[in-house]
Design a protein. Structure first.
Length: 422
């Protein structure tokens, strides 16, 4: 199959064509030609106003809840959402039933993703059934294709973290640590501060996150192991990470889309669409996270995509599930709420996220494999009324600007229908 992108602005700092508008001809999954003007009668032509193209975007924290909770969409729907959100690579969390904690479970996810245009990267559980008491067979899962391991939202204690870091060094496994515990946060619902005071709900103190970050850094230093800390939400957690990096420790971290976009203000009327983990904190925290991301202290952005059915969310706030669907709206959400330019966000989602999560860079040049995201930074649009996750999405009913048009990857093209407003 041939695809011809017309007058596409190339946004790729690693490409010799960066910041130029070119025609790009793709044939058999590779870039055949890049020139000012190309014609090919056999090609599918994509020509839209303000078409941009970059290396494919990477999200490394999505939950598809498959197997076990297929009513939330499953792997197939999750991969479709990733593609329509502009992501060619997605790291899929082990929070399934049964948990993804065996070689067979890893193989199941890889098999289910065969033939899809999105590359699925299965994340294995650190402990059996994510119970936090006994290490899963990390090496066996690595043999099936898992490189990264996480217990997702489940806290893990110091002993388990130490053993996981030591064990994973033998086969270059990567441990993802979530900085939360149950010491302070059992049954916590919102940020400790204005959120808890105004709603009367139990508060989650930023102190807990900071303590967990410091603990994890000390254990990584003790074991001489690389560690990734996922879901930084508080300005108080930034300094110890910055200090660890300055000391030469191989510590990396990421931040969720929601914590870059929103604050505890959004939960004051008990809107469960904004009930997420980590909780939404103060405006000072949000601004500090954006600044730390710009400075490179925070290494990556992840969506923490978690689809739910209405019964999970349209209940009392303290009974609702934590999380929200994010893949379809992540780019527009960041563009609207962070103050960062489209080029900087695309650089983060493509080049920087690739480097962080060990996904090979694929500069846009003749002869390269086509692993591309097509997008436009100004298109006005709304979530389609028939969208499965509209009622649970924080952006339902809002006009958004900037949208992924779709992706080209593994010789497959998947594009959005461009309903738009304005």
């Amino acid at each position: 199959m041939k695809v011809l992108l017309k007058s596409a602005r190339i946004t790729d700092l690693e490409s010799p064509h960066n910041n130029t508008s070119k025609d790009i001809l793709i044939s058999n999954g590779h870039i055949e030609n890049i020139a000012t003007s190309i014609s090919d009668p056999d090609a599918l032509v994509l020509s839209i106003p303000e078409l941009h193209v970059s290396q494919g975007w990477v999200d490394f924290k999505s939950a598809f809840f498959d197997p076990g909770f297929e009513e939330r969409g499953g792997l197939s729907q999750g991969l479709d959402d990733a593609a329509l959100g502009g992501f060619t690579h997605v790291g899929v969390l082990p929070s399934d039933n049964p948990s993804t904690d065996t070689k067979l479970a890893i193989e199941y996810k890889r098999r289910m993703a065969d033939g899809h245009c999105v590359q699925l990267h299965p994340i294995g559980a650190i402990t059996k059934r994510q119970k936090g008491t006994e290490l899963a067979d990390l090496f066996e899962m690595s043999q099936a294709g898992a490189t990264w391991f996480s217990d997702d939202q489940h806290p893990i204690n110091e002993g388990i973290l130490t053993r996981a870091l030591l064990y994973s060094r033998d086969f270059s496994g990567k441990i993802i640590f979530t900085p939360r515990s149950t010491n302070f946060t059992h049954d916590a619902q919102v940020n400790e501060g204005m959120g808890s005071t105004r709603t009367g709900l139990k508060g989650d103190p930023s102190l807990d996150e900071r303590l967990q970050v410091i603990k994890a850094i000390e254990i990584a230093s003790y074991t001489k192991s690389a560690l990734h800390i996922s879901g930084i939400s508080s300005r108080e957690s930034i300094a110890p990470i910055q200090q660890a990096k300055a000391a030469g420790l191989p510590i990396t971290c990421d931040v969720h889309v929601m914590n870059l976009c929103f604050t505890e203000q959004q939960i004051l009327d008990f809107d469960t669409r904004f009930k997420v983990l980590p909780v939404l904190r103060a405006e000072e925290d949000r601004l500090a996270l954006i600044k730390a991301l710009s400075q490179g202290i925070i290494d990556g952005i992840v969506t923490d995509h978690r689809p739910f059915v209405l019964d999970d969310k349209q209940v009392a706030f303290d009974e609702a599930e934590f999380g929200a669907p994010q893949l379809l709206t992540a780019y527009a959400a960041l563009l609207k709420n962070t103050g960062l330019s489209s080029d900087l966000l695309v650089e983060q989602l493509s080049i920087k996220n690739r480097a962080l999560f060990g996904i090979a860079s694929n500069p846009i040049q003749i002869g390269a494999a086509a692993d591309l995201t097509c997008y436009t930074p100004n298109l006005a649009w709304e979530l389609n009324a028939s969208s499965r996750d509209k009622a649970c999405n924080p952006f339902a009913g809002e006009t958004l600007h900037g949208r992924a048009i779709g992706i080209i990857n593994k010789g497959i093209v998947m594009l959005n229908q461009l309903e738009h407003v304005g």
